[in-house]
Design a protein around this ligand. Sequence first.
Ligand code: CDP
Length: 222
Amino acid sequence: MQGKTVEIITIDGPVASGKGSVSAGVAKALGFHVLDSGSLYRLAALSCQREQVDPSDEKTVEAVALKLAPVFKDGRIYLQKEDVTEAIREESVGVMASKIATSKLLRKALFDLQRRFAQPPGLVADGRDMGSVVFPEAHLKIFLTASAESRAQRRFNQLKELGITSNINNLVSDLKERDKRDTERAVAPLKPAEGARVLDSSQLTLQQTIDKVLEWYHESRA
Ligand code: CDP
């Protein structure tokens, strides 16, 4: 018996390039599920922070990731019944996430968890290696980018909406440091997947970016 087809769109890109909002908009328009893979790295990072795990201690980081069992419900994220939706967005958690994300063991531990999000009718998956490693069979692969300045401004606004105070200069330097680490790491480095279409959203509104992805998706199905 043939399994149900799952349409997959991957949206990879650097820090705060708008992947989350664009993925949510595209998924809503198509009635697809969403995987914010960065949230899994952030959940592992938050747990490591709380358990005071050294990010270079790969074995312990892997053990923390393997017992994560996060629950995603009504747009909220829970860890052992605690709502950590805001806590994982702290910039310090993002920095820790990019440190532990260099580990091959951790990436392997999160692989199956990510694959399980591929449910009919379709999935929009965002992250760094969605098109290159986790869903190489995706129908449409996007590499979403934007200038460092507009990304820092977007992250500043996003954190403000969540009630998290931040400093724009610190955000620019965190963002550059994280992009460098994500791009230069040996395992699953951040780069456009083979066959990915590059979309620079610096001059586009959120809706224009979503519309462009939808246009490319319909083109790819024609
Ligand atoms: O939203 P933002 O761009 O700040 O990052 P995120 O998507 O929440 O991911 C946080 C960190 O997790 C990134 O800086 C990456 O180091 C790592 N990550 C990864 O390595 N692979 C993914 N598929 C997703 C995130």
